[in-house]
Design a protein around this ligand. Structure first.
Ligand SMILES: *Cc1c(COP(=O)(O)O)cnc(C)c1O
Length: 342
């Protein structure tokens, strides 16, 4: 129970927090990885922590169906479909993206789990129409906004922060900074609140993977968006609304690499590096970028040699199978293919 909210159990206990032995040796920094990518359902990922709280709330309210929104390749949509299946709810996804011309990656998994994906030109209108359509058919719809990043969804990462504190207790990781990806902000915000609740002094570095606001002003815009979200949370839980000092948001907007879900050779190199050294696969949309930010901070000394750091792997594996990423991978990986007699 967190702030009066209960959850369903999807994760079955803490995710591993393990040392990247080879990479740590390579770089002279002790890098630990929090494996939120290997959570149980449908290829895993951070959204399952939020969904533990969101599904409980949906069931409490008598919902028979979850509908959510996002990009065509939304990881959150895929995991909403998975959680819905597990708890015998219907599901649907609505997206403002165009049909990408192929049923690959997350779309493929959505379909397998019986979750239709609706493509619309106007998300607000499409959302209303979809809720109406299913309500008329007798469903009680629980609508989840982008990324599950609302006041309830973020509780999953408040809990994750407590979990990390427990795992770090009595180890060298007591004050180690944490690197995590920022998309729709719920993961970062939950961690921020959870670490603060725990009385932790550790730094929380949020690496943005999409441009908020106008070019050149991404950091200011993101800080404002985080402050607004934080205020909504305070109001929701009846805490005294305090204007958060924008400085509490330790964010990085220098690793967006051209925009949301854009292929980047720098990011692909980081993916190959971790894959080849540790057998752990990052994704090209989110975690690959955050790992690049960590590598850069090690290079510049912002994360000093000999220190300890925690990298949260938030999942996203299916993203490597989308056409626009896969073709880039295929071009580069062709030299590894052998045909004929060996
Ligand atoms: C959604 C997502 C994130 C970002 O989490 P938010 O709570 O939306 O900020 C990071 N990594 C992956 C793989 C995701 O799917």
């Amino acid at each position: 129970m967190l702030y009066g909210y209960d959850k369903v159990d999807i994760l079955h206990g803490p995710t591993p927090l393990e040392k990247l032995e080879n990479v740590s040796r390579d770089l002279g920094v002790n890098i630990y990885i929090k494996r939120d990518d290997i959570t149980p359902l449908a290829a895993g990922g951070n959204k399952l922590r939020k969904l533990e709280y969101l599904v409980r709330d949906a069931l409490n309210k008598g919902a028979t169906m979850l509908i959510t929104e996002g990009g065509a390749q939304t990881n959150h949509g895929r995991l909403t479909a998975a959680a819905a299946a597990k708890f015998s709810l219907k599901s649907a996804i609505i997206t403002q993206d165009k049909y990408p011309g192929e049923i690959s990656a997350n779309l493929l998994l959505d379909g397998m789990m019986g979750c239709p994906v609706y493509f619309t030109r106007d998300l607000a209108k499409g959302r209303d129409a979809l809720i109406k359509k299913y309500s008329a058919a007798g469903e009680k719809v629980y609508y989840i906004l982008m990324g599950g990043s609302n006041e309830i969804g973020m509780l999953g990462y408040v809990e994750c922060a407590h979990e990390i504190e427990k795992q770090a207790k009595g180890t060298d990781l007591k004050d180690a900074p944490v690197y995590v990806t920022i998309g729709s902000m719920g993961t970062y915000m939950g961690l921020l609140i959870g670490f603060r609740d725990s009385g932790s002094k550790r730094r929380l570095k949020g690496v943005s993977v999409l441009p908020y606001g106008t070019a050149g002003k991404e950091a200011d815009s993101l800080r404002r968006a985080l402050a607004d979200y934080y205020k909504r949370i305070c109001a929701f839980y009846g805490a005294e609304v305090r204007e958060p000092d924008p400085k509490v948001f330790d964010i990085d907007t220098a690793h967006i690499y051209g925009g949301y879900n854009k292929p980047s050779d720098t990011v692909r190199r980081a993916i190959y590096y971790l894959a080849g050294r540790e057998g752990i696969i990052l994704d090209p949309c989110y975690t690959g970028k955050t790992f690049c930010a960590l590598l850069d901070d090690i290079r510049t000394g912002a994360v000093p040699k000999g220190s300890n750091v925690i990298f949260i792997h938030t999942g996203g594996l299916p993203g490597i199978y989308t056409g626009h990423h896969r073709t880039e991978f295929e071009k580069e990986l062709m030299p590894y293919m052998r045909s004929g007699e060996v």
